[in-house]
Design a protein around this ligand. Structure first.
Ligand code: MF3
Ligand code: CO
Length: 248
């Protein structure tokens, strides 16, 4: 069931999502060679709690941390720990929280020190893919219009779009209906209406789209070892167009 949000609820969701954006900005500045993903997670947890929010990832199906910190060939849901970032790595940081009853969810991919041209292009294409998807998030369009626009752009750049994980509605719950695939056919799926809030979160691989899950039960990596990037925004569908809530 898709729950529509009132204008007041969208403002509450802006507060939650801006807090996520602020956290991601803080973490972005801390991403340097030597810092561990566990240190980033500890800083995130401290930030979330000091701001009167609660982490939504921690405890979600026993996920043990407040952020996902996916490096290089890791695609999503990598658990923060002792891994120290190295010059040339890229890291996707996904963060979520709840405050005043409403959830925020966003992801950025950040270079560690100086990175290869290919890695820089991957990050740029993935950020653009999200932008292109968001542009389709208008009343009267369908979810498949977002999905298709992202897939078409990404594949045209010679990369692949991940299929095993999708975006989602967001509100009082981190994951609500509808699902938002980043691949598919235009004109298909649920119709977008004013008051829907969705998280669009394309994961783009340099190589093939196939993934496997590591023995920790969470970390998804590319089967071919190629690198992957992700950007995510929580976006409200409004008569005036897409309203990106997870932006400062
Ligand atoms: N941002 C992720 C998502 O959109 C959050 C899932 S991480 C988890 O699905 F640990 F909570 F599962
Ligand atoms: Co999400």
């Amino acid at each position: 069931m898709i729950t529509l949000k009132s204008k007041e609820e969208i403002e509450l969701m802006r507060t939650s999502n801006r807090l996520v954006a602020k956290l991601l900005e803080k973490l972005r500045k801390l991403v340097t060679p030597g810092i561990t993903t566990g240190e980033l997670d500890a800083i995130a947890e401290d930030f979330i709690r000091k701001n009167g929010a609660e982490p939504t990832f921690k405890g979600y199906v026993e996920y043990p941390a407040c952020i996902c910190a996916s490096v290089n060939n890791e695609v999503v849901h990598a658990i923060p720990g002792k891994r120290a970032l190295k010059n040339g790595d890229i890291i996707s940081i996904d963060a979520g929280l709840r405050i005043n009853g409403y959830c925020g969810d966003a992801t950025i991919t950040v270079p560690v020190g100086s990175i290869s041209r290919e890695a820089a292009r991957l990050i740029k294409v993935t950020a653009k893919a999200l932008e292109i998807g968001i542009a389709q998030a208008v009343p009267g369009n369908r979810i498949g219009d977002i999905s298709h626009a992202i897939q078409f752009f990404v594949e045209g750049q010679g990369y692949s779009i991940v299929r095993d994980f999708v975006g989602h509605g967001i509100g009082r719950q981190m994951h609500e209906d509808p699902q938002v695939p980043h691949f598919g056919q235009p004109g298909t799926g649920p119709m977008l209406q004013e008051g829907m809030v969705i998280a669009i979160e394309p994961m783009v691989n340099v190589g093939g789209y196939k993934l496997k899950i590591l023995d920790d039960g969470w970390t998804a990596v590319t089967v071919d070892g190629s690198w992957s990037a992700q950007f995510e925004h929580s976006v409200a569908i409004t008569a005036k167009g897409p309203d990106i809530l997870s932006r400062l």
